[in-house]
Design a protein. Structure first.
Length: 247
């Protein structure tokens, strides 16, 4: 029998996680906004913070800005040997907080699923996830890898800093562009080129995520400032090139 999972947080991604986790084991879910949990899949039941945090595996699916509060809330409920997993899109600071706040006899695995409700295909096959081992036994890590292979998930092991650098140049950048266009007052057009339709799809995906997600990525990713400066410099160079060519 596979160990039960406690899921803390049931927003858009939390609900998706609950559905997939329910295919693997029983799930106890807790969300401070109880109404958000809505109708839950089979094998998933609502519980208190204490009930969810006392399961053998605890998955934290809360916003980064709420992670430290959640960690302090579960600290007295997690048992020795519990595996705590986060799914934040930034890793350096969340990993540091987990090491600082959680008891030393609790195992920690940082993860970032590189998919979500908008890219869900109904199957985990071919989906990607980053693993950042923090304080986890080799036996447990290998078990997680085996399970990923079994369901067809592609995984890559990297350090939190490597992850955050990559995310600043990919996810954070795509969120930035997807939010910049409507912020500039550029309206969608029904008749457009295929390249614009791809861009419009990026705007739609970015808009489906909350502003809190974007702000948290920008605030907590240590490479966010570098990306902003590179974009500003590139924009200035691009304008200079266009203007000089027009003369």
């Amino acid at each position: 029998m596979k160990p039960a999972v406690g899921l803390i947080g049931c927003g858009r991604f939390g609900l998706l996680a609950a559905r997939y986790l329910a295919g693997w084991s029983d799930v106890v879910v807790y969300d401070a906004q109880r109404a958000r949990t809505g109708r839950l899949p089979a094998r998933v039941r609502r519980g208190t913070m204490a009930q969810a945090a006392s399961q053998p595996i605890v998955v934290l699916a809360v916003p980064m800005s709420s992670l430290r509060t959640a960690l302090r809330s579960i600290r007295s409920h997690v048992k020795a040997g519990t595996l705590v997993v986060d799914v934040c899109s930034v890793k350096t600071l969340p990993v540091r907080w987990m090491k600082e706040i959680l008891p030393p006899d609790v195992e920690i695995l940082g993860t970032h699923p590189l998919f979500g409700p908008d890219s869900d295909t109904g199957s985990l096959k071919g989906q990607r996830i980053v693993l950042c081992p923090v304080r986890v036994s080799s036996r447990r890590l290998e078990a997680a890898k085996r399970e990923a292979r079994r369901v067809g998930v592609l995984f890559h092991v990297m350090t939190p800093m490597e992850h955050d650098r990559m995310m600043a140049e990919t996810l954070l950048l795509s969120q930035y562009v997807g939010r910049l266009i409507p912020a500039a007052g550029i309206a969608p057009h029904a008749w457009s080129t295929p390249s614009y339709r791809h861009l419009a799809a990026l705007v739609t995906i970015a808009g489906n995520d909350t502003g809190q997600i974007f702000r948290d990525m920008w605030r907590f990713n240590p490479y966010a400032g570098r990306i902003a400066r590179r974009l500003q410099h590139a924009h200035a160079r691009l304008l200079r090139g266009v203007r000089s060519g027009a003369r």
